[in-house]
Design a protein around this ligand. Structure first.
Ligand SMILES: CC(C)(COP(=O)(O)OP(=O)(O)OC[C@H]1O[C@@H](n2cnc3c(N)ncnc32)[C@H](O)[C@@H]1OP(=O)(O)O)[C@@H](O)C(=O)NCCC(=O)NCCS
Length: 263
């Protein structure tokens, strides 16, 4: 993408320039992380690598790896951009485009997963699993690198999010903290949930088994979902049951947690 037409990158630079001027204690961090870089992709590679670095894998090696992934598959950066827009649009606590990139670990963990997923698809499974482990240690987000996750995802807070190997999450889904998309323990092979577009999953929900959560459905906080959920309904409870319809096309975007009673 041309730097002159990159509106997101320009908005992030402008926000960070203002923040650096108004908060001297953050100026050095903001300069190192954002202002000295030439593009959004460079910032992503620098910042994620500094988060994931460890005693046995340094930030420079990780930055080269992340840059390699971003160059090889432009869909990674496209998804990272769509995720920023999703957080900015849907999270009332997010007032700036730079905030998820700099400070929201759900967002950061998801972008690290995208690199691990690229490695997995490239057949570099051991390195993908190493990244999964580091992401889990650093962010408390444990996503199997084989799982498939679309773009425009709000992973709010991120803490305790667990995703199994055969999970599929379509575009424009919103997920709160402490959600598990796992197996029942009774199936093998393709054994994990499939989350369709526009779904909103409340904090602490556990969705277990190879079941589909239909387009535009809502899953209430703390639910244990063991059966497929039809499109555009709300389910709650342990085990979860249908309590109403969703009149929004995409509850993930509206982030309205109210239940609409059946008419
Ligand atoms: C409990 C479990 C092992 C299923 O055991 P099971 O004896 O085979 O149970 P079934 O699936 O036949 O369900 C029996 C009943 O228990 C209910 N049930 C099953 N699991 C339940 C759970 N976790 N919470 C509440 N109710 C549950 C079912 O709805 C069903 O109710 P019904 O008889 O009224 O229809 C499984 O559902 C489970 O919770 N596994 C844990 C998996 C996990 O932690 N995965 C995370 C991986 S990251």
């Amino acid at each position: 993408m041309s730097h002159t037409t990159d509106n997101l990158w320009q908005a992030i630079r402008d926000e960070v320039t203002t923040a650096a001027a108004s908060e001297p204690m953050l100026a050095s961090f903001l300069h190192m992380t954002v202002l000295r870089h030439k593009s959004f992709d460079d910032v992503l590679a620098f910042h994620l690598s500094s988060k994931l670095a460890s005693a046995t894998m340094d930030a420079r090696a990780l930055m080269e790896l992340i840059s390699e992934a971003l160059q090889a598959d432009p869909l990674i950066a496209a998804a990272a951009r769509a995720d920023i827009q999703a957080v900015r649009d849907r999270d009332p606590a997010c007032k700036a485009f730079s905030t998820p990139l700099l400070f929201f670990k759900g967002y950061q963990a998801l972008q690290c997963y995208r690199v691990a997923h690229w490695l997995w698809r490239e057949g570099r499974e051991a390195l993908a699993l190493h990244l999964q482990n580091r992401i889990s240690e650093v962010f408390a987000v444990d996503i199997h690198p084989a799982a498939r996750i679309g773009k425009g995802i709000l992973l709010d807070h991120g803490t305790g999010f667990v995703v199994g190997e055969t999970v599929v999450i379509d575009d424009n889904v919103s997920i709160l903290q402490e959600v598990t998309l796992g197996g029942t323990g009774k199936e093998s092979g393709d054994r994990h949930p499939k989350i369709r577009t526009g779904v909103l999953i409340g904090a602490g929900a556990k969705i277990l088994g190879n079941i589909e959560i239909g387009t535009g459905a809502k899953v209430g906080a703390g639910s244990v979902v063991l059966e497929p959920v039809p499109p555009h309904v709300t389910v709650v409870g342990v085990p979860a049951h249908i309590v109403g319809n969703c009149d929004e096309a995409q509850p993930a975007q509206a982030m309205d947690h109210r239940i609409i009673e059946d008419q």
